[in-house]
Design a protein around this ligand. Structure first.
Ligand code: BGC
Length: 809
């Protein structure tokens, strides 16, 4: 591991960027996460403290536009950070009220530590400095710590602290949700446990989830533990803390350390969450020792997850790509980690970092799992189980919609019912509009794809037999029931859906939402049906019979699957472009240049056009990759096989033609879009791919959508960029034949790449430079594996290293 590019550093306090930094400096451990808000902050226009539990949801109803709508939110739980100080009874410290002499905020990715150093002069000309450190413990998932060391540089007097747990927080982190009900919990217990510990338990109103937080505060002066007199401080609405005064002399350094524990009523191996939260604190060491162990846990994790890049010409970049890539891995692991394995949580599109998209689980998993599959596949397995547990809900949804099999929701939360909002607000126009995104039925195929990918990478046949197969078969059944046969074209068709491109949800002037024969959905349906047939072939007799009887699978149904998988309809433009959906060709070309000139940022063209009384449904303009998703998910060979199975040609130029066509007609209104475009251009236009990759890296760190990252990171794009490096640039390919293939194609700017992956019980260190590929298997008792390179297959044993010469291209 190189020692550079491990820290995200800010040298100035910039109120207008605080929300962004809070999201980027969120600390989490896969069980809970806390935004990087200052401990002295309350929610206001600049700051937004937020603490979220993985899968901690609650539903509330609101009356909007004459209708009662219900939303399930990711709940903002009590703020454990709350720590305030003031000098000589003046105002509580706030960075906005003082003269800042020095400011340094650093997120140390290697150690999992957030530090802030501030030196300031107040209105009474006193100079004070402090250092604040915090962690959310990676090895002890219920524990977090905050330490503040304040130095009275040139004054003496009284220094008062207030350390509390603030349960008065509501969900108010997303401006456009502000009209919706937001008070999700009420305090149910509050007490001072002992001299140094306070405790608060809240309960959510609908899901009745109890969350207990206990906080222990210790005080030091010039390194020695002291016992100041403490006063209990309680405020109605669920705020409990302790206040203490100290007399300090010039040069004194006062340290306050707060160690907290957080448990919920859903946790396992506890009697009751309040008891657990209090018990946890009794034998916990101090901040420093806890932090040491926490940082060790990170160090161990990085041995599996680090991707180191040497980049030429990175000077012009505000943030080094190698740093950003690590930041992405960091946030992924903070969202889903080994601590997530025993939880019933999915992987949320926006991390547990903010309230946008309400912590819901979307198809974004598709972009996230490949990274986990090659590092800690057991985490993917637990995330797939989140879906498996909701298979019955998906069956019910299919039934209610008049279909068979399993129809997974576009947005999933606690129970697996559809959580997509019914109405959404266009902030540009102020209008509440119907939300038709639940028509993205492709999500069910994406889930089946994830199951299959997991199986391909891990060879975990038991998983396939006892969980995965059922998902794939039920999804296949769903798509078969969605399909209708058109006598004229003698093809099967799928009507009334949305593809990944959310700009198109209906035909211009149509009364009903939905589009016909979306290429992505149709191809994914064919893929699922084909895989379902393959799964049936692979099942051992006993399990085959069980599943056949359990699911009531009849031979004529299976015959129909086969027939559809050969005769699904795809639409093409006259010039050999795969039509995003039937009739796409008839839409008007969009005036891209005019709109780029008129608006600074046209990524959210849907909102702009709606505010103008128009709709993107009229234009050949996409929010994100749709047809091109096919070239992202499938290799050229796989796609050719599908097209040929359907009786359509797949000529040598088809990919390039479609890339050229759709790339010009996409606004990248989703951060996922650039990842896909960078990927599909990697083998034909490396420099374009690299530029798109750099843009994708900027999605969150530079908040390129202008205001979305403060509401939560974009985990799909984050993980997608890392996966792009590993599977596209490093060319790691898994075809399901037990061979791990390498076909590196480093962009010119990427001089060297190093990563560690896990494959069939081996830990492989992979180093790629311009002219060499080196794969080394660490010592272990794992059986030899097969490595593919340049059309040949080689054997690799534990402890062995293989080198291959790369041709410079
Ligand atoms: C994108 C979807 C994505 C969702 C959550 C939307 O803006 O269009 O593809 O699943 O965000 O990340």
């Amino acid at each position: 591991m190189t020692d550079e590019h491990w820290s995200l550093v800010y040298h100035q306090f910039r109120p207008e960027l605080q929300g962004l930094r809070e999201a980027l400096c969120t600390l989490g451990n896969g069980y809970f996460a806390t935004r990087g808000a200052f401990p002295e902050a309350h929610a206001d226009k600049v700051h937004y403290p937020g603490t979220y539990l993985a899968g901690g949801y609650n539903r509330l109803e609101t009356e909007i536009a004459g209708r009662v709508i219900e939303n399930e939110d990711l709940v903002n739980f009590p703020n454990w950070l709350s720590l305030h100080f003031r000098i000589d009874g003046g105002d509580w410290f706030d960075l906005r009220d003082v003269d800042i002499l020095d400011f340094h905020q650093e997120l140390d990715l290697k150690a999992g530590l957030l530090t802030r150093r501030v030196r300031f002069r107040d209105a009474s000309e006193r100079t004070t400095s402090f250092v604040e450190r915090r962690f959310v413990h990676l090895a002890r998932s219920h524990v977090a710590g905050l330490q503040m060391e304040v130095c009275a540089e040139d004054w003496s007097g009284s220094l008062e602290f207030r350390s509390s747990i603030d349960g008065r927080v509501i969900n108010e982190g997303v401006e456009r949700y502000k009209r919706l009900a937001s008070q999700h919990h009420r305090p149910v217990e509050m007490e001072q446990v002992d001299e140094e510990t306070v405790y608060l338990k809240v309960r959510t109103l609908q899901s009745r989830l109890e969350v207990a937080t206990a906080a222990r505060t210790r005080v030091y002066c010039n390194g020695e533990r002291i016992e100041p007199h403490r006063r209990l401080h309680e405020e109605s609405g669920g705020m409990i803390g302790q206040v203490f005064d100290l007399e300090v002399a010039e040069g004194d350094e006062v340290g306050v350390e707060k160690v907290v524990s957080m448990f919920s009523s859903r946790d396992r191996a506890i009697a009751e969450c309040g008891l657990a939260a209090k018990d946890e604190l009794t034998d916990l060491p101090g901040f420093d020792e806890l932090q040491r162990r926490h940082s060790l846990a990170w160090e161990l994790l990085w041995r599996r997850f680090d991707i180191a890049m040497d980049v030429d010409n990175a000077k012009g970049e505000r943030f080094h790509p190698a740093l950003v890539l690590r930041l992405h891995v960091f946030h992924l692991v903070q969202t889903v980690s080994p601590n997530t394995k025993d939880l019933d949580a999915g992987v949320p599109a926006r991390g547990w970092h903010g309230e946008a998209y309400r912590g819901h689980i979307f198809w974004d998993e598709l972009f996230i799992f490949p990274l986990m599959n090659l590092r800690m596949p057991e985490i993917t397995r637990s995330l797939l189980n989140y879906r498996y547990r909701r298979l019955d809900a998906a069956r019910q949804a299919a039934r209610e919609a008049g279909y068979r099999g399993a129809m997974f929701p576009w947005q999933s939360g606690s129970s697996g019912r559809e959580e997509s909002q019914v109405l959404h607000l266009n902030p540009e126009s102020g209008r509440w509009l119907p939300d038709n995104t639940h028509l993205q039925y492709h999500v069910s195929a994406d889930i089946a794809y994830n199951v299959w990918q997991y199986y391909q990478v891990t060879d975990d046949l038991e998983y396939l037999l006892f969980y995965g197969a059922e998902v794939i078969l039920e999804v296949a059944r769903f798509f078969a029931s969605l399909t209708t046969y058109d006598e004229t074209s003698e093809r099967y068709e799928i009507h009334g859906v949305m593809g990944p491109d959310e700009y198109h949800d209906s035909y211009p002037n149509a009364d009903e939402p939905g589009l016909d024969n979306n290429a992505y959905t149709n191809v994914m349906a064919v893929w699922v049906l084909t895989k379902a047939l393959e799964v049936l072939d692979r099942l051992p007799e006993l399990r085959y019979d069980e599943l056949r009887d359990m699911l009531d699978l009849r031979p004529d149904e299976i015959d129909r699957w086969r027939d559809i998988s050969h005769n699904m309809r795809l639409c093409f433009h006259d010039d050999g472009i795969v039509s995003q959906f039937e009739g796409y060709e008839e839409l008007e070309e969009f005036a891209w240049d005019e709109y780029r000139e008129k608006y600074d940022n046209i990524q959210r063209l849907d909102r702009i056009l709606e505010a103008e009384g128009d709709t993107p449904n009229r234009y050949k303009a996409s929010k994100q990759a749709d047809v091109l998703m096919l070239f992202y998910l499938f290799s050229d060979e796989e796609l050719a096989e599908i097209f040929e199975r359907l009786g359509y040609g797949f000529d040598a130029d088809i990919k390039q033609r479609n890339i050229n066509y759709y790339l010009q007609r996409t606004s990248h209104g989703s951060t996922l879009s650039r990842v896909v475009h960078s990927w599909v251009t990697a083998d034909c236009d490396r420099s374009q791919s690299w530029n798109l990759f750099l843009d994708a890296l900027k999605s969150d760190i530079s908040d390129i959508q202008g205001g979305t990252t403060p509401e939560g990171i974009h985990l799909g794009a984050m993980a997608g960029t890392v996966d792009l490096v590993q599977r596209s640039y490093a060319g790691i390919e898994i075809r399901g034949d037990d061979v791990l293939r390498f076909n590196p194609q480093l962009p010119d700017e990427l001089a060297r790449l190093h990563l560690d992956i896990r494959w069939r019980a081996h830990s492989l260190a992979v180093t790629i430079s311009k002219d060499r590929l080196e794969i080394s298997a660490r010592q272990s008792s794992a059986k030899p594996i097969r490595i593919g390179f340049g059309g040949d297959v080689y054997r690799l044993e534990a402890g062995e290293c293989r080198e291959f010469r790369l041709k410079r291209t």
